[in-house]
Design a protein around this ligand. Structure first.
Ligand SMILES: *Cc1c(COP(=O)(O)O)cnc(C)c1O
Length: 378
């Protein structure tokens, strides 16, 4: 007897319910209420940063970062093709061109050695993705950006509770973007945050997030009326969602710990498959990850298709991602590829993700099914 196993499920407790009820009862439903402030305090303390702003999504935080980089038509921004569409859309929305560079086969992050060759006189920024909460090679990337005077934006959508040489993901570049989407480790349904490293852009970020007005300064009594001062939009979430998020943040260590146990079990139990040519996740020694994704690299597209349907038959959801952006209609229209991106194309066809969420109680079913597919069970 097997019960269907979904790919993910949020980890909700009574704490989320009580905070949401408290927010509802208070009647303060707009953005920047008491729960948003408490989320900012938690994030600033845990990210060792002083400039974190909640947004309604990571997509919004990336769009804010693109505005803060002053991207304009004709500019180019280097990024991996193996990422979610929002990394590229933020750039394309400013009329700038995403330039796609290949990934490393071990971490599936942008290949830092291939960035320099893609830089032109039009390059303004590097948008770096930390896939699966495992950091890209940031020291190399930050040194190159400094030398070539490029901004660095970290798409740390998957990166809360992960670090690189002790530095939290999202806090190393000029700007960092986090996601609290339902599919991430720490969630508010939809949600995100923008992290700004330096003082001046942090002040500007506050304005951009409040429809281009200095309303936040007005509420702090720093100006006697508020007015339109810069480009902007409404990027802030309702305090109701911040209430849900605060509970998740306060439980972040506990949630991450459970995910780690599951991740490590997969790694240990499926390790024998390496001798059959199946790839398991690689974590470089500089990186402390957050057990966001457990993926396998199968030997071929055909094998992956067969594995996914085999698992589906057994009620186990095992999806893959991403369709490389440079091969997508949007990527062809708004971006351009640098080089052949052979790793991106190859690995995107062979990667499969296994169910991983903190309430996964029947992980053994998944392990047994995968081992069976590879002929290691009767
Ligand atoms: C999830 C994700 C996003 C988008 O996050 P939202 O909060 O849904 O906008 C962007 N980039 C990457 C790499 C992601 O994984």
């Amino acid at each position: 007897m097997t019960t269907p196993i979904p790919f993910h499920a949020p980890t909700l407790s009574d704490l989320e319910k009580s905070y949401v009820l408290e927010a509802l009862t208070s009647g303060k439903l707009a953005g920047d209420g008491p729960f948003t402030k408490r989320c900012h305090e938690w994030l600033n303390a845990n990210l060792k940063s002083s400039h974190t702003l909640l947004t309604h999504s990571c997509t919004a935080a990336l769009e804010m970062a693109a505005l803060l980089c002053d991207l304009k038509p004709g500019d180019e921004v280097i990024m991996p093709s193996y990422t979610f569409v929002s990394t590229a859309n933020a750039v394309a929305l400013r009329g700038a061109t995403p330039v796609f560079v290949d990934i490393r086969p071990d971490t599936l992050n942008i290949d830092e050695k291939k960035i320099e060759a893609a830089i032109t006189s039009k390059t303004r920024a590097l948008f770096i993705v930390h896939y699966a909460g495992v950091a890209a090679e940031m020291d190399t990337i930050l040194a190159l950006a400094k030398e070539r005077r490029l901004k660095v934006v970290e798409d740390a959508a998957q990166g809360l509770m992960a670090s690189y040489k002790g530095r939290p993901l999202g806090t190393m570049g000029d700007f960092g973007a986090l996601s609290f989407h339902e599919t991430k480790n720490i969630v508010s349904g939809e949600g995100g945050a923008l992290i700004t490293r330096d003082e001046a852009p942090a002040a500007r970020a506050e304005i951009i997030r409040e429809k281009g007005t200095n309303r936040s300064q007005f509420f702090r009594g720093q100006v006697d009326k508020y007015t339109w001062v810069d480009l902007g939009s409404s990027f802030l979430p309702s305090d109701l969602l911040a209430a849900l998020l605060l509970a998740q943040l306060e439980r972040a260590k506990e949630i991450t710990k459970v995910r780690f146990t599951l991740w490590s079990t997969y790694h240990q139990e499926l390790k024998p498959l390496e001798s059959q040519g199946i790839g398991l996740p690689t974590i470089p020694k500089e990186c402390e990850h957050n057990a966001h994704i457990f993926s396998l690299i199968t030997k071929s597209l055909d094998e992956r298709t067969k594995l996914i349907s085999f698992l589906k038959e057994l009620g186990i959801a095992a999806p893959f991602h991403y369709v490389p952006l440079h091969t997508s209609p949007g990527g062809k229209k708004f971006g351009r590829a640098h080089g052949d991106l052979s790793q991106t194309v190859d690995l995107s066809e062979r990667l499969v993700r296994l169910p991983l969420f903190s309430t996964l109680t029947n992980q053994n079913q998944v392990v047994e099914a995968v081992l069976k597919f590879y002929g290691r069970r009767g």
